[in-house]
Write a protein that binds this ligand. Sequence first.
Ligand code: HPA
Length: 246
Amino acid sequence: MTIAIIGGSGLSQLPELKVTDKIIVDTPWSKSPASIITGELNKTNIVFLPRHGDSHTIPPHKINYRANIWALKKIGVKKIISVNSVGGITKLMNPNSIIVPNQVIDYTYGRGNTFYEEELENVKHIDFTMPYSETLRNQLIEAARVIKLKIHKKGVYGVTQGPRLETAAEISKLEKDGCNVVGMTGMPEAALAKELEVDYACCGLVVNWAAGKDSETITMDIIEKNLKNGLKDIKQLIYEVVKNPY
Ligand code: HPA
């Protein structure tokens, strides 16, 4: 079982997954153990972890990112594909687009964002120049080509604290910083995976125009409608990527 999918908003379940087990993993990072689903998808054994919980009740700033990544590492996961819903900032990032970002900017705070905190023999700094695994990103890009799904092959994912959406001025600032999309769950997940040397790539589904990028107010209705549409493509992409190791 080497590949894990971390499901984001709207992806608390993978209906096509033939569930074989639910694994409860104790970690040093949480009182309650992380629960992880294992199963078969397209004849490949995979692990599925819904980041917001089975019934989508854990908000982005309350997710125990350390426990999740630690648990995946502990059961032998070598690759993580993370699905994140995001808002579109730059021109081409309209709702229903899919992006496999190659860079991230972290605007979050107060989240447990490292495993290197206590009882250290020495201070450790990981290289995070390239936050995502290029190998895994290329597998996603190749899978998209095979199924003829148009995706954005790179871009910058700005990760905000949430749970509120941003102000228009905040989005202008993110745009000036170079962000193409904005979401709330991409960090510290990517950095924690890197700390534990697990390959990690993100698959971002644009579910709304970011604040101030459209005249409409951002409503949960808009987000949910776009999620429903876009997740069909995301699922196709996941099914393809797990089918072939490339
Ligand atoms: N901002 C932050 N996170 C998000 C958004 C957004 O506009 N859409 C989906 N997740």
